[in-house]
Design a protein around this ligand. Structure first.
Ligand code: ADP
Length: 396
């Protein structure tokens, strides 16, 4: 048995899981929040017990140091040598990283060079990798890129219809994100088909990762063909507080009329738009659903818009894939919202999609009727497991 860390660092948080591999069992997990703020918090879940403590952490390095100390104190690890490898979710691998990579100096330099594509994420990911390298100098680190799975997109899908010079100069193209999740969905869907002795070679899967951030991926034979996020994670679907695709001319219009700077308009599109803006209630779907059931009109509009865009994207990907075998719902909304799944299925009924309402209500794995033209699944995503698997593979 080998212990592997799966690390997911955000702009001020650090989520971790310690997994026993190859058994794929979670030993402990937790999160550091508000790193760098006056008061940080650390939550550890171990043997069914959850404990949260408040503390002051000024950097990721302090957080990593504290994590190792606490795991040691609680006997979760006996020594630092117990940890066989550390896998890190890295936001942006540009068009350089087409798969996960064992971290060495050249990989660190490359992640740093790609920071212009993810200025609030790649530097944080780098800082965390460096902290682990310093505190555990003999343990290998692996970088797992959120973009890598989509590197199979062909030029006709990743180019924007803009002057070529901008692609040459800035690598301005579609990258796509949530790659680790879409890859996991692709693998487990294949497994579901394999168990039923169905052919999986050219399986056509439409993976719907619907969380606060949301994206859809068209997958054929385990390869990403198209995906809804773009140059940045702002593109594609309408999300919790992100606009998704809008008429690009709205940007210069608003900037001129409202006297907004580029960073102000970026903040509006990322933090004040989407479900939050249309509902004027919340970016959290649970709150919007509550208002929807009470008949609140802006909540109804928000939910109709959200599900229209999901259904439109799925329909587009059926064109790209030449049909679809399976549509999979995953992440916070996909795994939990019966209403969203029901509405999306209803909007796809023109294609012969038939929801099994009873199965949907109880969030069963298969939620389509036997005679549905496309199978509908609810499958929980597991990005941490994917990170741990890639880490195991690269350190072995
Ligand atoms: P992220 O990882 O992108 O922050 P998650 O995958 O955790 O997001 O998903 C968060 C979303 O899932 C929120 O909009 C939340 O309202 C929604 N969600 C979680 N549980 C439920 C539920 N039972 N019903 C409806 N929506 C839910």
């Amino acid at each position: 048995m080998r212990k592997i860390f799966a690390i997911n660092a955000g702009s001020s948080s650090l989520k971790f899981q310690l997994l026993a591999m190859p058994a794929e069992e979670i030993i402990a997990k937790g999160i550091f929040e508000r790193i760098g703020e006056p008061e940080s918090a650390f939550t550890l879940v171990y043997q069914g017990q959850k404990e949260t403590e408040k503390l002051v952490l000024s950097s990721y390095k302090e957080a990593v140091n504290y994590l190792l100390k606490r795991l040691d104190e609680k006997g979760i690890i006996q020594s630092l040598a117990d940890i066989a490898g550390i896998g890190h979710r890295v936001a942006h691998g540009g068009d350089y990283f087409k798969a996960s990579a064992l971290v060495d100096e050249s990989v660190l330099t490359k992640i740093d060079e790609l920071s212009f594509l993810a200025p609030s994420h790649n530097p944080a990911n780098l800082e965390v990798i460096k902290a682990f390298k310093e505190l555990l100098p003999n343990t290998p680190n692996v970088a797992v890129f959120d973009t890598a799975f989509h590197q199979t997109l062909s030029e006709e899908y990743y180019l924007y219809p803009l002057p070529r010079k901008y692609y040459d100069k800035y690598r301005l193209r579609k990258y796509g994100f949530h790659g680790t999740s879409h890859k996991y969905i692709s693998l487990i869907t294949k497994e579901v088909y394999r168990q039923q002795a169905l052919d999986t070679d050219q399986l056509k899967v439409i993976s719907c990762h619907l969380g606060n951030g949301a994206s859809i991926c068209a997958i054929k034979g385990q390869q990403s063909i198209n995906t809804s996020m773009g140059f940045t994670p702002l593109a594609g679907l309408m999300m919790g507080s992100r606009s998704g695709d809008i008429d690009p001319a709205i940007l210069p219009f608003l900037m001129e009329e409202e006297g907004l700077t580029p960073s102000q308009i970026t903040a509006i599109l990322n933090k004040e738009s989407g479900l939050l803006a249309v509902s004027e209630i919340s970016n959290d779907l649970r709150d919007i659903e509550e208002a929807y059931h009470k008949g609140y009109s802006q909540a109804i509009t928000a939910i109709e818009m959200f599900t229209n865009r999901i259904a439109h994207t799925i329909a587009t990907y059926m064109v790209d894939l030449g049909g679809a075998d399976a549509i999979v719902f995953t992440a916070g909304i996909g795994e939990n919202s019966r209403l969203i799944r029901e509405k999306v299925a209803e909007k796809l009924s023109v294609f012969g999609v038939k929801l099994d309402h009873e199965a949907n209500e109880s969030s069963k794995k298969l939620i389509s009727k036997d005679d549905s033209s496309i199978k509908l699944f609810v499958l929980p995503t597991n990005e941490e497991l994917m990170i741990a698997r890639d880490t195991m593979e690269l350190i072995s």
